[in-house]
Design a protein around this ligand. Structure first.
Ligand code: MG
Length: 387
């Protein structure tokens, strides 16, 4: 029996993880369920799965009316304790944003496997994450579909045999649109993703391709390849989840119907494969044709900006990520337009720079500085727009 903690259990990935667990009660047992604010949704999950511990990370939220038999706790410290719970084998980190970094570090230090969906852990934390794994004996198995694909393609191959990684991007709802056409798009349009059903933040990141640059950084940290050896290509059908090209010219790819349940199941059961009849199988005729395009850097500047931040290193990826979180929130609240998101992030990168980080505290400080810089950029752009 694999004992599981889910951090972010009421979000999109958390609910998918529980769907997978529900189908395999003989294999996986939820021991910890943690949510941020949705106490009633968490109470429903607790009633069904009866974990030992239920956590609400936001301590301003009241406990639910029917708490059930589980032990409930509240607040950030309770979340961090849950991440290192001794009776857990795998921690699914499905938290949103840079707030997910510290729980990842705690889980790894406690020797757990982290089934990592919180990409900001790797982006903002950088080398701190593999260092924590080294210290505590934990390991990361990615839940992000691209990195799960790369892991599956790399199995059994030496690092020196690999020439480059190629991540695929669906292109999002605005694929094929010019920069001029993107000036007027609204959050409702940006949230309608053609192939993946996801939370709001990642849907916007997918529409702007900021998500793909976060994933390039993630691949760099996770697998240790140079930025020169990591590429991304648009693949609208979202069937090929990534490629690995080898030094002899051979290319491996991992294919599958686009559902997060597959990489979640793989991360929970890795290196085993589990029979799951509910997962839709890939039908080559049905999915045909599979097509590919280059990324349009003019229309989607956040992609190049993010990769440059990755190359700069130090705190720059954390700054890119935090600036982007502020920009996405401002776009969702219709305070800035779609194209202005890149301006906001660029302003944060220029103001905060790329100094070195040595601890989670350094990352938090860079994150905060980036949020302040990005928030004033949002105000500047708004005033300019209204004036
Ligand atoms: Mg992905």
């Amino acid at each position: 029996m694999i004992r599981v903690a889910i951090l972010g259990s009421t979000g999109s990935i958390g609910r998918s993880a529980l769907k997978v667990i529900r189908r395999h009660p003989d294999r996986f047992q939820p021991v910890v369920l943690a949510a941020n604010r949705r106490s009633e949704a968490l109470a429903d999950q607790v009633a069904e799965f009866a974990p030992k511990v239920a956590v609400l990370a936001d301590d301003s939220v009241a406990l639910p009316s029917t708490p059930g038999a589980s032990r409930w706790s509240r607040g950030r410290e309770a979340l961090l304790e849950a991440a290192a719970h001794p009776d857990v084998d795998v921690v699914v980190n499905a938290l949103v944003g840079a707030a997910g970094l510290e729980p990842t570090l705690r889980s790894l230090e406690a020797g757990h496997r982290v089934a990592l969906a919180n990409k900001e852990s790797l982006v903002a934390g950088g080398a701190l994450v593999p260092e924590a794994a080294e210290r505590g004996g934990g390991e990361i198995v990615p839940v992000d579909s691209e990195h799960s694909a790369i892991l599956q393609c790399l199995e059994g191959h030496a690092q020196r045999a690999v020439k480059r990684l190629v991540l695929t991007a669906s292109g999002g709802p605005f694929r094929g649109r010019s920069r001029a056409e993107l000036a007027e798009v609204d959050p409702g349009q940006a949230l309608r993703h053609p192939t993946w059903d996801m939370g709001a933040k990642i849907s916007i990141d997918s529409a702007s391709l900021a998500n793909k640059s976060l994933e390039v950084i993630e691949a760099h940290v996770l697998y240790g390849f140079d930025y020169d050896d990591i590429d991304a290509v648009v693949h609208p059908q979202s069937i090929i989840h990534s490629f690995v090209e080898f030094v002899d010219g051979s290319v491996l790819a991992q294919l599958g119907f686009p559902t997060m349940e597959l990489p979640i199941l793989y991360a929970l059961s890795y290196p085993e494969r589990v029979t799951d009849e509910s997962l839709q199988t890939y039908d080559p005729v049905e999915a045909s044709p599979l097509t590919f395009e280059a990324i349009d850097h003019d229309a989607f500047p956040l992609f190049g900006l993010g990769v440059r931040a990755g190359r700069s290193g130090g705190c720059a990826p954390a700054v890119f990520n935090a600036g982007n979180e502020v920009a996405v929130q401002a776009f969702l609240e219709e305070r800035v337009g779609f194209l202005a998101m890149a301006e906001v992030v660029d302003a944060a990168l220029q103001e905060v720079g790329a100094h070195e980080v040595h601890s989670a505290e350094d990352v938090v400080a860079a994150d905060q500085a980036a949020r302040t810089a990005a928030a004033s950029a949002v105000e500047r752009i708004r005033k300019k727009g209204n004036g």
